[in-house]
Each structure stands twice: as structure tokens, then as C-alpha cells.
Design a protein around this ligand. Structure first.
Ligand code: HSE
Length: 347
């Protein structure tokens, strides 16, 4: 029997649009392989919303409209200027909130309010936005558990790279002792171009922005904050912590010089921005910093906007997964995967 799921999509930037296009393009495949019918009930952006009847919004046509400069709240007969996510989440029990508004690390808004409203209204959450997870992880997860609301956030934890799937599902029963990750495509892209082509930092950053993978505010990438946010959420999830992100020692790549690159090259090493977490007798040690990796390190060959994560475990040895390069489509695909896992596996 086909499962129909109504989706409320908040945020219609690069990732939101990629998600709308993805579920429109995969409609037949989702029906055939998973007996799943995902319908875009509403899309909410800054100026208002577009709201459909039961059949869902014409996602492809709406994305074309917005790409051509239109605003969702003026889309055909569906547009509702001024309508807010909270208006849509009230009474939306059984729907799924897909949260793709830009990450705000100061107060996590508006996503935090969207998360909490979804939880109170029995709406499951799929998140690309890291803000509420970084700032308010414990409260949100605990409240979701109390209310029986599921929340998955692969897209917030390196997207197409399956960090949490490997850490939660594939290593079930093993104890993860340490985590190392290249978790940010923008900085890995910049470092790779600097190392391999000796491209200037600023030019490499501009190219990363043109690829659509940098944060709206790229200082989040280059100062290591995006990597920090991801390792904090991964460590919170896998080690059951409630880390204060402001206490995580974080060094980005803005201080990496061509001379550092040359010295690493000379020593047969490669500089990567590493987010790491490990449990010690004195508690968790979590940090972000550029590290010169030896050539045989499992993350040394991860280049450009590819990412990677390596787990040291007690019974499975070291497990490394690489790839899943940063892109809006990759983030959208991670959200689709989470929805399929949620609906079909009940996780
Ligand atoms: N800006 C991020 C990256 C993508 O470069 O990997 C979203 O987390």
C-alpha cells in the first residue's frame, strides 16, 4: 500500500529548491521502489508561502518560477503573502517538516521555533538547518522523544556523506572511541586547490561560492564554524552529549599560508581541516583545526568538495567513509534518504 506523506518545506534557497526538484523528479521511482508518495503541501519562504490542496504543489514549475526571480508567495493561485510556518504547522499532525532555512548560530531562529512548533504539533522533522541542533540539541531531542516525534538530520551533518548512518546503524553494538572528519566541502575545496594548483585562497573561495556549497555567510565555513557545528551534533548524537559549541576549540583555514602548504608537501603530508571528537577518562575532547595528515591517513586522499569521516571502534577497527561531496542536490538527497528511513524503517 502506498504511503502518502505531506511535506511542509521551510526555506526555499539552494537546498530547498534542490529538494523540491528532487522529489518531483523521483516521484515515479519513489512510488515503484518504496511505495512512497511525497507531496509538497506547502513551501514557506521569507515573504510568505505557497500552499497546495491534497495533491501537492507543482514542485518543478514552482522552482522554475522562483529561479526566474519570482517569490513563492506570488506563485500562481498557490501564493499566500505573509503566511508563516507556524500557521501551517498548527494542525499538521502526521506531516513532515523539512527545514532548510539558513543556519543562524546566534539564536537559531527561525528554525528553532519551527522545530518546537513541529514537535508540539506531532510533525516529524527532517533538518538541513544546524542552528537548533547546535544551540539547543538536548532540549529539542528530549522534547521530540517525549512527544513521539522523529527527527533526523543527515543534511546537517555533512549531507550526502553518511556520517550518522554509519555511526548509529552500521556500527551498532560497537563502541566508537574516536571520530575524525573532513566535514566541510568549501574548506576542503579551498585547501585542495591551494595545495594542488597553488591557487590563491580568495580565488578558491570565490569558486566554492560559485558552486553553491559555501554557507550564505562563508565565514562560517572558513573559520571552521560549520565543521564545529557538524562535529558537535555528531558527537552529541553518538556520545550522548550536550556540548556547548562555544567551548569547542575551533581554528579555521584563514591562517593557512602557501608556506604551510609547501612545508606539508615537502614532508609528504596534506593539510586538511579536521573536526575530531573522542571520549577520554576526563570526558569528551572535541576540536576543529587544520592538521597535516600523513599520506597514508584514510582522510588524506579526500579532495575538493568531497568529505570523509573515520571512526575508531572497539570491535570493528577503523571504519572510514568518504565521498558525498557538498552540493545542494547532495543535501536534498540526504533529506530524501532520511524521509525514506523514517517512513520505511521507522527510525
Ligand atoms: N557549507 C557547507 C560545506 C555545506 O561547504 O560543506 C553545508 O553544510
Amino acid at each position: 500500500m502506498t504511503t502518502v506523506k505531506q511535506i511542509i518545506l521551510c526555506g526555499f534557497g539552494n537546498v530547498g529548491q534542490a529538494f523540491a526538484r528532487l522529489i518531483a523528479g523521483k516521484q515515479d521511482d519513489l512510488a515503484a521502489r518504496y511505495a512512497l508518495d511525497l507531496r509538497l503541501k506547502a513551501v514557506v519562504d521569507i515573504g510568505g508561502a505557497a500552499v497546495a490542496d491534497e495533491a501537492g504543489l507543482p514542485a518543478g514549475r514552482m522552482t522554475d518560477f522562483v529561479e526566474a526571480g519570482g517569490a513563492v508567495e506570488t506563485f500562481e493561485t498557490y501564493g499566500r503573502p505573509g503566511l508563516k510556518a507556524l500557521d501551517l504547522l498548527a494542525g499538521a499532525d502526521g506531516a513532515i517538516l523539512v527545514e532548510t532555512t539558513p543556519t543562524n548560530l546566534k539564536d537559531a531562529e527561525p528554525a528553532r521555533t519551527h522545530f518546537l512548533a513541529a514537535i508540539e504539533n506531532g510533525v516529524d522533522i527532517i533538518a538541513a538547518n544546524k542552528g537548533p541542533l547546535v544551540r539547543d540539541y538536548r532540549r529539542i531531542l528530549d522534547r521530540a522523544r517525549e512527544k513521539g516525534v522523529r527527527i533526523r538530520f543527515s543534511a546537517a551533518t555533512a549531507a550526502a556523506l553518511p556520517t550518522l548512518d554509519v555511526g548509529q546503524l552500521c556500527t551498532a553494538g560497537a563502541r566508537i572511541e574516536a571520530i575524525e572528519g573532513i566535514l566541510n566541502g568549501t574548506t576542503n575545496y579551498i585547501l585542495t586547490r591551494m595545495a594542488q594548483e597553488r591557487v590563491h585562497y580568495g580565488d578558491a573561495l570565490r569558486d566554492a561560492q560559485a558552486l553553491g556549497i559555501a554557507e550564505t555567510d562563508p565565514t562560517l565555513d572558513v573559520e571552521g564554524l560549520d565543521t564545529r557545528n557538524k562535529i558537535v551534533v555528531i558527537a552529541n548524537t553518538l556520545f550522548e552529549l550536550a556540548l556547548d559549541p562555544d567551548e569547542v576549540e575551533t581554528v579555521g583555514i584563514t591562517g593557512v599560508t602557501p608556506a604551510d602548504m609547501a612545508a606539508a608537501r615537502e614532508a609528504g603530508q596534506v593539510i586538511k581541516l579536521i573536526g575530531s571528537a573522542r571520549m577520554t577518562a576526563n570526558g569528551p575532547v572535541v576540536k576543529v583545526a587544520p592538521e597535516a595528515l600523513p599520506a597514508d591517513h584514510p582522510l588524506a586522499g579526500v579532495h575538493l568538495s568531497e568529505k570523509g569521516i573515520s571512526y575508531a571502534t572497539d570491535t570493528m577497527g577503523r571504519i572510514t567513509v568518504t565521498g558525498g561531496h557538498s552540493s545542494p542536490t547532495g543535501a536534498a538527497a540526504a533529506m530524501l534518504k532520511d524521509i525514506i528511513h523514517m517512513v520505511k524503517l521507522g527510525i
